[in-house]
Design a binder for this molecule. Structure first.
Ligand SMILES: [Fe+2]
Ligand SMILES: [Fe+2]
Length: 315
């Protein structure tokens, strides 16, 4: 049933998914291996999750690109292009962070491979709409994290601000493009049952892999301690924990009439934009002069993804 709706996209007034090129100070300052609250568990949880973005965002980009020719709505096509550019740049920035984690002595290739394995299996066996459903489920995860990140200051409290800047930018853009994949699916007549069935599997896997990777990192630097793990578990699963806070978001997705923008995060995005312009080098194709520049990073070898950016041209 391919019945692209002609209704306008549901977005808050003034919301426009926007590509921003960024530069963060952690590249020059470095960071402690236990950069979050001096907690090995909490630091490694985030550092492990960062390893998901290489394979994950490539998967998101491919799944959205694969359906591009079936979308007729110009506004959605433009948003899909910005989505691709945002995700590709997230990967570039996280890979810089990930290489520095690797330089601290962790086997990041193994961490990343654990995220890549289920995504590769989906890619091999399923069609583009199935891939898109997985992308939507994981986009709901990242935008749920983003909402938590902005709504609950305890999540970033005590962390190295130079690293938090990376996550805050990523959170803002995940919130900004949270409905892109969802609306592609809806416009192409994607069904409710499979959308709902995909969510628990995708969320279960990414959380399980991230926890497994967290424990690998604790083992690798010999920093496992029961009090720290209990503190980390409370940070994730306690009454005001990060994962606990995601529960309502998780359940919302099972409503038939769910739409990502029923939770309006536009004020958080605007606040991030107002407070973090110093990290933005280019916005919407225009170079901007940051008020507080950071020293240019040493040349890195992974900007290959950047080469992919022009491949998606304007409609
Ligand atoms: Fe992303
Ligand atoms: Fe995303």
């Amino acid at each position: 049933m391919m019945t692209p709706s002609q209704e306008p996209l549901r977005r808050p007034d003034g919301l426009k998914v926007t590509f921003r090129k960024v530069s963060f100070p952690f590249e020059s300052t470095g960071f402690d291996r236990h950069w979050h609250s001096r907690s090995p568990f909490i630091s490694h949880f985030w550092s492990a999750l960062s390893q998901a973005f290489g394979p994950g965002e490539k998967f998101f980009i491919d799944s959205v690109r694969a359906l591009r020719s079936e979308i007729k709505d110009e506004a959605l096509l433009e948003e899909m292009e910005q989505f691709v550019r945002q995700e590709a740049h997230h990967t570039i920035q996280h890979r810089k962070f990930n290489r520095m984690v690797a330089a601290l002595g962790y086997d990041t290739a193994k961490l990343e491979a654990r995220y890549a394995a289920p995504l590769d299996a989906v890619r091999e066996k399923m069609d583009p709409m199935d891939m898109l459903r997985v992308t939507m489920a994981l986009e709901h995860f990242t935008s749920g994290f983003a909402h938590q990140f902005f709504a609950n200051p305890a999540i970033g409290a005590g962390a190295d601000p130079n690293v938090v800047a990376l996550w805050a930018w990523h959170a803002a853009e995940e919130a900004e493009h949270k409905a892109t994949a969802f609306d592609v699916y809806e416009r192409l007549g994607g069904g409710y049952a499979m959308r709902a069935a995909t969510l628990p599997v995708a969320w279960g896997l990414i959380l399980a892999i991230t926890l497994r990777n967290t424990f690998q990192m604790l083992r690798e630097d010999g920093s496992f301690s029961l009090p720290d793990v209990l503190r980390g578990m409370a940070y994730l699963f306690g009454r005001k924990g990060l994962v606990t806070g995601l529960l309502p978001t998780f359940l919302d997705y099972f409503r038939r009439d769910f739409h990502p923008w029923e939770e309006d995060d536009s004020a958080s995005i605007a606040r991030w934009e107002a407070e973090n312009s110093a990290y933005v080098v280019e916005r919407d194709g225009e170079r901007v002069a940051p008020a507080r520049t950071t020293p240019p990073p040493a040349p890195v070898a992974s900007d290959a993804l950047e080469l992919e950016l022009p491949a998606v041209s304007a409609a």
